[in-house]
Design a protein around this ligand. Structure first.
Ligand code: UD1
Length: 334
Protein backbone atom coordinates (compact mmCIF):
# COMPACT_ATOMS: atom_id res chain seq x y z
CA UNK A 1 0.00 0.00 0.00
CA UNK A 2 1.17 3.50 -0.82
CA UNK A 3 1.28 6.37 1.69
CA UNK A 4 -1.73 7.75 3.59
CA UNK A 5 -2.64 11.29 2.56
CA UNK A 6 -4.84 13.69 4.52
CA UNK A 7 -6.85 15.92 2.15
CA UNK A 8 -8.32 19.00 3.85
CA UNK A 9 -11.29 20.42 1.93
CA UNK A 10 -11.55 17.13 0.03
CA UNK A 11 -15.28 17.60 -0.70
CA UNK A 12 -14.60 20.87 -2.56
CA UNK A 13 -14.04 21.46 -6.26
CA UNK A 14 -10.29 20.89 -6.58
CA UNK A 15 -10.09 18.68 -3.47
CA UNK A 16 -12.62 16.14 -4.78
CA UNK A 17 -10.86 15.82 -8.15
CA UNK A 18 -7.52 15.37 -6.39
CA UNK A 19 -9.01 12.75 -4.05
CA UNK A 20 -10.14 10.78 -7.14
CA UNK A 21 -6.66 11.01 -8.63
CA UNK A 22 -5.06 9.87 -5.32
CA UNK A 23 -7.41 6.87 -4.96
CA UNK A 24 -6.96 5.92 -8.63
CA UNK A 25 -3.19 5.96 -8.05
CA UNK A 26 -3.41 3.63 -5.03
CA UNK A 27 -2.89 6.08 -2.17
CA UNK A 28 -4.85 5.65 1.02
CA UNK A 29 -6.94 8.80 1.53
CA UNK A 30 -8.38 10.52 4.60
CA UNK A 31 -10.65 13.51 3.91
CA UNK A 32 -11.55 16.25 6.36
CA UNK A 33 -14.16 18.85 5.42
CA UNK A 34 -16.69 21.04 7.25
CA UNK A 35 -18.99 21.36 4.18
CA UNK A 36 -18.92 25.17 4.47
CA UNK A 37 -18.92 25.43 0.66
CA UNK A 38 -19.47 21.81 -0.44
CA UNK A 39 -21.98 18.99 -0.17
CA UNK A 40 -21.78 15.59 1.58
CA UNK A 41 -23.02 13.83 -1.62
CA UNK A 42 -19.64 14.56 -3.21
CA UNK A 43 -18.06 11.89 -0.98
CA UNK A 44 -20.26 9.16 -2.45
CA UNK A 45 -19.56 10.42 -5.94
CA UNK A 46 -15.82 10.04 -5.27
CA UNK A 47 -16.47 6.45 -4.12
CA UNK A 48 -18.65 5.82 -7.19
CA UNK A 49 -16.02 7.13 -9.65
CA UNK A 50 -13.08 5.28 -8.11
CA UNK A 51 -14.78 2.17 -6.70
CA UNK A 52 -12.63 2.77 -3.61
CA UNK A 53 -13.35 3.78 -0.04
CA UNK A 54 -11.67 6.29 2.27
CA UNK A 55 -12.06 7.64 5.77
CA UNK A 56 -13.97 10.88 6.26
CA UNK A 57 -14.04 13.34 9.18
CA UNK A 58 -16.58 16.18 9.33
CA UNK A 59 -14.43 18.65 11.21
CA UNK A 60 -13.32 22.26 11.18
CA UNK A 61 -9.60 23.02 11.00
CA UNK A 62 -10.14 25.63 13.71
CA UNK A 63 -10.74 22.77 16.15
CA UNK A 64 -7.21 21.69 17.06
CA UNK A 65 -8.38 18.76 19.22
CA UNK A 66 -10.54 17.46 16.38
CA UNK A 67 -7.68 17.72 13.88
CA UNK A 68 -5.20 16.13 16.29
CA UNK A 69 -7.57 13.19 16.68
CA UNK A 70 -7.34 12.53 12.92
CA UNK A 71 -3.56 12.24 13.27
CA UNK A 72 -3.95 10.06 16.41
CA UNK A 73 -6.22 7.66 14.55
CA UNK A 74 -4.34 7.52 11.23
CA UNK A 75 -0.67 7.41 10.32
CA UNK A 76 -0.70 10.42 7.98
CA UNK A 77 2.38 10.57 5.73
CA UNK A 78 1.56 13.88 3.99
CA UNK A 79 -1.16 16.53 3.82
CA UNK A 80 -2.72 18.23 0.81
CA UNK A 81 -4.30 21.37 2.22
CA UNK A 82 -7.22 22.84 0.24
CA UNK A 83 -9.62 23.89 3.02
CA UNK A 84 -10.26 27.63 3.07
CA UNK A 85 -12.67 30.40 2.16
CA UNK A 86 -12.13 31.68 -1.38
CA UNK A 87 -14.57 34.40 -2.43
CA UNK A 88 -12.69 37.63 -3.10
CA UNK A 89 -15.64 40.03 -2.68
CA UNK A 90 -16.82 38.34 0.51
CA UNK A 91 -13.29 38.56 1.92
CA UNK A 92 -13.40 42.36 1.52
CA UNK A 93 -16.68 42.47 3.47
CA UNK A 94 -15.61 39.96 6.14
CA UNK A 95 -11.82 40.30 6.53
CA UNK A 96 -11.73 39.06 10.12
CA UNK A 97 -13.61 35.86 9.22
CA UNK A 98 -11.29 35.26 6.27
CA UNK A 99 -8.08 35.81 8.24
CA UNK A 100 -9.37 33.76 11.16
CA UNK A 101 -10.63 30.86 9.07
CA UNK A 102 -7.79 30.61 6.55
CA UNK A 103 -4.81 31.60 8.69
CA UNK A 104 -5.83 30.14 12.05
CA UNK A 105 -7.14 26.99 10.33
CA UNK A 106 -3.76 26.52 8.63
CA UNK A 107 -1.89 27.19 11.89
CA UNK A 108 -3.96 24.54 13.71
CA UNK A 109 -3.26 22.07 10.94
CA UNK A 110 0.48 22.80 11.08
CA UNK A 111 0.42 22.45 14.90
CA UNK A 112 -1.26 19.05 14.63
CA UNK A 113 1.26 18.01 11.96
CA UNK A 114 4.20 19.11 14.13
CA UNK A 115 2.82 17.25 17.15
CA UNK A 116 2.60 14.05 15.12
CA UNK A 117 5.89 14.41 13.22
CA UNK A 118 4.19 14.84 9.83
CA UNK A 119 6.33 17.31 7.89
CA UNK A 120 5.17 17.06 4.30
CA UNK A 121 2.55 19.42 2.89
CA UNK A 122 1.19 20.50 -0.47
CA UNK A 123 -0.59 23.84 -0.10
CA UNK A 124 -3.33 25.24 -2.28
CA UNK A 125 -2.05 28.72 -3.13
CA UNK A 126 -3.14 30.95 -6.01
CA UNK A 127 -1.88 33.07 -8.88
CA UNK A 128 -3.49 35.91 -6.94
CA UNK A 129 -0.18 36.15 -4.99
CA UNK A 130 1.44 37.77 -8.07
CA UNK A 131 -0.59 40.90 -7.29
CA UNK A 132 -1.08 43.72 -9.78
CA UNK A 133 2.47 44.89 -10.54
CA UNK A 134 4.25 41.89 -12.07
CA UNK A 135 4.50 41.47 -15.86
CA UNK A 136 3.10 38.31 -17.50
CA UNK A 137 3.94 35.50 -17.75
CA UNK A 138 4.21 35.09 -13.98
CA UNK A 139 7.37 33.35 -12.76
CA UNK A 140 7.66 31.81 -9.30
CA UNK A 141 10.48 34.07 -8.05
CA UNK A 142 8.57 37.31 -8.67
CA UNK A 143 7.63 39.33 -5.57
CA UNK A 144 4.27 38.43 -4.05
CA UNK A 145 1.51 40.77 -2.88
CA UNK A 146 -2.28 40.95 -2.82
CA UNK A 147 -5.21 43.32 -3.28
CA UNK A 148 -7.78 41.79 -0.92
CA UNK A 149 -7.95 39.75 2.33
CA UNK A 150 -8.44 36.43 0.48
CA UNK A 151 -5.24 37.06 -1.51
CA UNK A 152 -3.36 38.12 1.62
CA UNK A 153 -4.30 34.86 3.35
CA UNK A 154 -2.56 32.99 0.50
CA UNK A 155 0.52 35.25 0.70
CA UNK A 156 0.65 34.85 4.50
CA UNK A 157 0.18 31.08 4.57
CA UNK A 158 2.97 30.73 1.98
CA UNK A 159 5.19 32.81 4.32
CA UNK A 160 4.17 30.81 7.40
CA UNK A 161 5.13 27.56 5.66
CA UNK A 162 8.46 29.04 4.51
CA UNK A 163 9.16 30.04 8.14
CA UNK A 164 8.22 26.57 9.39
CA UNK A 165 10.83 25.14 7.03
CA UNK A 166 13.47 27.67 8.21
CA UNK A 167 12.82 26.53 11.80
CA UNK A 168 13.07 22.83 10.87
CA UNK A 169 14.78 21.75 7.64
CA UNK A 170 13.13 18.33 7.80
CA UNK A 171 9.96 19.86 6.34
CA UNK A 172 8.96 19.53 2.73
CA UNK A 173 6.54 22.14 1.39
CA UNK A 174 5.01 22.62 -2.03
CA UNK A 175 3.18 25.91 -2.63
CA UNK A 176 1.00 25.37 -5.70
CA UNK A 177 -0.09 28.56 -7.39
CA UNK A 178 -3.19 27.76 -9.39
CA UNK A 179 -4.32 29.82 -12.32
CA UNK A 180 -8.05 29.54 -13.22
CA UNK A 181 -9.34 25.99 -12.67
CA UNK A 182 -12.45 25.08 -14.69
CA UNK A 183 -13.98 21.96 -16.25
CA UNK A 184 -15.09 18.84 -14.40
CA UNK A 185 -14.44 15.12 -14.14
CA UNK A 186 -15.34 13.24 -17.36
CA UNK A 187 -18.00 11.23 -15.48
CA UNK A 188 -20.05 14.41 -14.94
CA UNK A 189 -20.46 13.37 -11.29
CA UNK A 190 -18.22 15.99 -9.65
CA UNK A 191 -17.53 19.60 -10.65
CA UNK A 192 -17.77 23.17 -9.42
CA UNK A 193 -21.05 23.90 -7.68
CA UNK A 194 -20.70 27.03 -5.52
CA UNK A 195 -23.41 28.10 -3.10
CA UNK A 196 -25.42 31.16 -4.19
CA UNK A 197 -24.76 33.35 -7.24
CA UNK A 198 -21.30 32.48 -8.58
CA UNK A 199 -18.51 35.08 -8.71
CA UNK A 200 -16.28 33.14 -11.07
CA UNK A 201 -16.77 33.13 -14.82
CA UNK A 202 -17.45 29.46 -15.57
CA UNK A 203 -20.13 28.68 -13.00
CA UNK A 204 -21.76 32.00 -13.93
CA UNK A 205 -21.86 31.07 -17.64
CA UNK A 206 -23.23 27.67 -16.61
CA UNK A 207 -26.13 29.28 -14.76
CA UNK A 208 -26.89 31.38 -17.86
CA UNK A 209 -26.77 28.24 -20.07
CA UNK A 210 -29.35 26.41 -17.92
CA UNK A 211 -31.59 29.51 -17.74
CA UNK A 212 -31.09 30.27 -14.04
CA UNK A 213 -29.48 33.66 -14.78
CA UNK A 214 -30.57 35.93 -17.64
CA UNK A 215 -27.20 36.90 -19.14
CA UNK A 216 -23.46 37.02 -18.62
CA UNK A 217 -22.13 40.40 -17.56
CA UNK A 218 -18.71 40.84 -19.18
CA UNK A 219 -16.65 43.03 -16.87
CA UNK A 220 -14.91 45.44 -19.24
CA UNK A 221 -14.06 45.35 -22.98
CA UNK A 222 -11.47 48.13 -22.91
CA UNK A 223 -8.48 46.21 -21.54
CA UNK A 224 -5.25 46.10 -23.51
CA UNK A 225 -5.96 42.56 -24.77
CA UNK A 226 -6.77 41.18 -28.27
CA UNK A 227 -10.56 41.59 -27.88
CA UNK A 228 -10.56 44.05 -24.95
CA UNK A 229 -11.88 41.54 -22.38
CA UNK A 230 -9.81 40.08 -19.51
CA UNK A 231 -7.36 37.29 -20.33
CA UNK A 232 -6.78 34.37 -17.93
CA UNK A 233 -4.94 31.05 -17.93
CA UNK A 234 -7.80 28.54 -17.63
CA UNK A 235 -6.72 25.04 -16.61
CA UNK A 236 -8.74 21.81 -16.56
CA UNK A 237 -9.35 20.74 -12.95
CA UNK A 238 -8.19 17.19 -13.82
CA UNK A 239 -4.86 18.58 -15.05
CA UNK A 240 -4.66 20.48 -11.77
CA UNK A 241 -5.39 17.28 -9.84
CA UNK A 242 -2.62 15.43 -11.68
CA UNK A 243 -0.29 18.35 -10.82
CA UNK A 244 -1.06 17.68 -7.14
CA UNK A 245 -0.01 14.05 -7.52
CA UNK A 246 3.31 15.19 -8.99
CA UNK A 247 3.78 17.71 -6.16
CA UNK A 248 2.94 15.00 -3.62
CA UNK A 249 5.56 12.62 -5.07
CA UNK A 250 8.03 15.50 -4.94
CA UNK A 251 7.41 16.32 -1.27
CA UNK A 252 7.51 12.62 -0.33
CA UNK A 253 11.01 12.36 -1.86
CA UNK A 254 12.56 15.79 -1.20
CA UNK A 255 12.95 18.40 1.54
CA UNK A 256 12.67 22.18 1.22
CA UNK A 257 10.12 24.73 0.00
CA UNK A 258 9.12 25.15 -3.64
CA UNK A 259 6.48 27.48 -5.10
CA UNK A 260 5.22 26.10 -8.40
CA UNK A 261 2.74 27.51 -10.94
CA UNK A 262 0.03 25.17 -12.17
CA UNK A 263 -1.33 26.70 -15.38
CA UNK A 264 -1.28 26.04 -19.12
CA UNK A 265 0.85 29.05 -20.03
CA UNK A 266 -1.87 30.13 -22.50
CA UNK A 267 -4.30 33.03 -22.09
CA UNK A 268 -7.97 33.07 -23.15
CA UNK A 269 -10.31 36.07 -23.06
CA UNK A 270 -13.77 36.19 -21.48
CA UNK A 271 -15.29 36.09 -24.98
CA UNK A 272 -13.05 33.13 -26.01
CA UNK A 273 -14.41 31.21 -23.00
CA UNK A 274 -18.00 32.24 -23.69
CA UNK A 275 -17.79 31.18 -27.36
CA UNK A 276 -16.12 27.88 -26.47
CA UNK A 277 -18.91 27.23 -23.95
CA UNK A 278 -21.54 28.07 -26.60
CA UNK A 279 -20.03 25.36 -28.82
CA UNK A 280 -20.19 22.89 -25.93
CA UNK A 281 -23.84 23.56 -25.05
CA UNK A 282 -24.96 24.14 -28.63
CA UNK A 283 -26.66 27.51 -28.15
CA UNK A 284 -25.89 31.20 -28.17
CA UNK A 285 -25.72 32.77 -24.73
CA UNK A 286 -26.77 36.37 -24.03
CA UNK A 287 -24.15 38.75 -22.69
CA UNK A 288 -23.72 42.43 -22.03
CA UNK A 289 -20.57 44.51 -21.65
CA UNK A 290 -20.44 46.10 -18.18
CA UNK A 291 -17.86 48.29 -16.43
CA UNK A 292 -14.62 46.70 -15.22
CA UNK A 293 -14.80 44.79 -11.92
CA UNK A 294 -12.77 46.41 -9.13
CA UNK A 295 -9.48 44.63 -8.50
CA UNK A 296 -9.33 42.81 -11.88
CA UNK A 297 -6.17 42.87 -13.99
CA UNK A 298 -6.04 42.76 -17.80
CA UNK A 299 -3.97 39.64 -18.30
CA UNK A 300 -2.83 36.74 -16.16
CA UNK A 301 -1.02 33.62 -17.35
CA UNK A 302 1.69 31.33 -16.08
CA UNK A 303 5.24 30.58 -16.98
CA UNK A 304 5.07 26.78 -16.71
CA UNK A 305 8.79 25.93 -16.97
CA UNK A 306 9.29 25.12 -13.28
CA UNK A 307 6.43 22.58 -13.12
CA UNK A 308 7.90 20.84 -16.18
CA UNK A 309 11.42 20.88 -14.78
CA UNK A 310 10.63 19.90 -11.17
CA UNK A 311 7.59 17.63 -11.60
CA UNK A 312 7.76 16.61 -15.27
CA UNK A 313 4.16 17.86 -15.41
CA UNK A 314 2.26 19.86 -17.96
CA UNK A 315 -1.43 20.54 -18.61
CA UNK A 316 -2.95 18.50 -21.44
CA UNK A 317 -6.55 19.69 -21.98
CA UNK A 318 -7.62 22.39 -24.47
CA UNK A 319 -10.14 25.15 -23.69
CA UNK A 320 -12.83 23.31 -25.71
CA UNK A 321 -12.30 20.15 -23.63
CA UNK A 322 -12.56 22.21 -20.43
CA UNK A 323 -15.86 23.84 -21.43
CA UNK A 324 -17.26 20.53 -22.79
CA UNK A 325 -16.51 18.72 -19.52
CA UNK A 326 -17.80 21.71 -17.52
CA UNK A 327 -21.08 21.68 -19.48
CA UNK A 328 -21.41 17.91 -19.05
CA UNK A 329 -21.38 18.43 -15.27
CA UNK A 330 -23.55 21.56 -15.27
CA UNK A 331 -26.36 20.15 -17.43
CA UNK A 332 -26.73 17.18 -15.08
CA UNK A 333 -26.30 18.99 -11.76
CA UNK A 334 -27.39 22.68 -11.89
C1 UD1 B 1 -10.72 35.13 -9.10
C2 UD1 B 1 -10.07 35.92 -8.02
C3 UD1 B 1 -8.77 35.24 -7.66
C4 UD1 B 1 -9.06 33.84 -7.16
C5 UD1 B 1 -9.84 33.08 -8.20
C6 UD1 B 1 -10.31 31.80 -7.54
C7 UD1 B 1 -10.82 38.23 -8.33
C8 UD1 B 1 -10.41 39.64 -8.70
N1 UD1 B 1 -9.87 37.31 -8.44
O1 UD1 B 1 -9.86 35.14 -10.25
O2 UD1 B 1 -8.14 35.98 -6.64
O3 UD1 B 1 -7.85 33.18 -6.89
O4 UD1 B 1 -10.98 33.81 -8.66
O5 UD1 B 1 -11.23 31.13 -8.27
O6 UD1 B 1 -11.96 37.98 -7.98
N2 UD1 B 1 -15.75 37.77 -15.51
C9 UD1 B 1 -16.79 38.38 -16.19
N3 UD1 B 1 -18.05 38.18 -15.72
C10 UD1 B 1 -18.34 37.42 -14.63
C11 UD1 B 1 -17.25 36.79 -13.94
C12 UD1 B 1 -15.98 37.01 -14.41
O7 UD1 B 1 -16.57 39.08 -17.20
O8 UD1 B 1 -19.51 37.29 -14.24
C13 UD1 B 1 -14.36 37.94 -16.03
C14 UD1 B 1 -13.42 38.62 -15.05
O9 UD1 B 1 -13.47 40.01 -15.18
C15 UD1 B 1 -12.08 38.00 -15.46
C16 UD1 B 1 -12.45 36.60 -15.94
O10 UD1 B 1 -13.83 36.66 -16.24
O11 UD1 B 1 -11.52 38.71 -16.56
C17 UD1 B 1 -12.21 35.53 -14.89
O12 UD1 B 1 -12.86 35.90 -13.68
P1 UD1 B 1 -12.99 34.89 -12.43
O13 UD1 B 1 -13.51 33.58 -12.89
O14 UD1 B 1 -13.74 35.61 -11.36
O15 UD1 B 1 -11.48 34.65 -12.01
P2 UD1 B 1 -10.34 35.70 -11.61
O16 UD1 B 1 -10.86 37.05 -11.42
O17 UD1 B 1 -9.23 35.55 -12.59
Amino acid sequence: MKETILVTGGAGFIGSHTAVELLDSGYSVVIVDNFSNSKPEVLDKIRQITGKDFKFYEEDLLNLDGISKIFDENKIDAVIHFAGLKAVGESVEKPVEYYHNNITGSLMLIKAMKKHGCKKIVFSSSATVYGVNNPVPFVEDMPTSATNPYGYTKVMIEQILRDVYVSDNEWSVSLLRYFNPIGAHKSGLIGEDPNGIPNNLLPYIGKVAVGQLPQLNVFGDDYDTPDGTGVRDYIHVCDLASGHLCALKYVLENKGVEAVNLGTGKGSSVLDVLHSFEKACGKELPYEIKPRRAGDIATCYANTDKAKRLFGWEAKHSLDEMTADGWNFIKNNF
